[in-house]
Design a binder for this molecule. Structure first.
Ligand SMILES: [Zn+2]
Length: 238
């Protein structure tokens, strides 16, 4: 048993505990940007909904104007024809003009029905727009709260990350440079886990059955032993 290796493993275990948490935090931090993007998109979708409803309302208002214009035009035409009725000379002309007036009036009565229908639709649209505006305001409040929550969480993680990096730096500063470098290299490559216990002759890092000789070497603690399969440092759990 090599005292130096024993002491190194002790330090490496501390570093590994810190790195495991650090890795989790880095993972969480990576989720922050997509989470923000998601919030942004959800809010945009809400805004688009209101814009659509507003567009539908405007379209109907325009249709109402058009119908009313048409109605007024026909109304004027009817008045003009009615004024001319007294001036016509023959019965034939008179009845033709009366027929034209009757036909215009029939058109107008349909137009009036259209206008009433459109006005009903406009009222329903207005209700929907108002409801959506209220809803959007509430959603915006909700989104701000969620955004604040994300911001707070991000800050907590960044603070904790800083803390862990410092503690880790301190912890591994006493290791020999080659051991330290090896550890840092494996941590980087192996998703934050460089040192892993042997349990029931199995490497906890990759779940492979270790050879008896490897297990012996790990138990001897004369050298730092790496898993043949995943390359992580091995130790026997006390
Ligand atoms: Zn392994």
């Amino acid at each position: 048993m090599n005292k130096q290796v024993q002491s190194d493993l002790h330090i490496l275990k501390q570093a590994q505990t810190l790195d495991a948490e650090l890795y989790r935090i880095l993972q969480e931090l990576q989720q922050i940007a997509p989470e923000r993007e998601q919030l942004k998109q959800e809010l945009e979708a809400e805004k688009a909904r209101l814009k659509d409803l507003d567009g539908a309302l405007k379209k109907r208002q325009l249709a109402q104007k058009e119908k009313e214009g048409e109605l007024a035009q026909k109304e004027t035409h009817i008045k003009k024809l009615e004024g001319q009725l007294a001036l016509v000379k023959t019965n034939k002309e008179y009845s033709a003009m009366q027929q034209e007036i009757a036909s215009l009036k029939a058109d107008n009565s349909l137009l009036e029905e259209d206008v009433i229908r459109i006005m009903d639709e406009i009222e329903a649209c207005r209700d929907e727009v108002t409801k959506e505006q209220v809803r959007l305001k509430e959603r915006e409040k909700d989104f701000s709260a969620r955004e604040l929550e994300v911001q707070k969480r991000e800050k907590e993680w960044l603070d904790r990350k800083q803390q862990l990096l410092q503690q880790k730096e301190q912890s591994i500063s006493t290791l020999a440079p080659d051991v330290k470098d090896l550890y840092l290299r494996i941590v980087e490559k192996k998703n934050g886990i460089a040192l892993t216990p042997v349990k029931n002759n199995i490497c906890s890092g990759c779940q492979i059955q270790l050879r008896a000789q490897v297990i012996n070497e790990v138990m001897m603690q004369d050298i730092i032993v790496l898993c043949d399969n995943c390359g992580r440092m091995l130790y026997i759990e006390d």
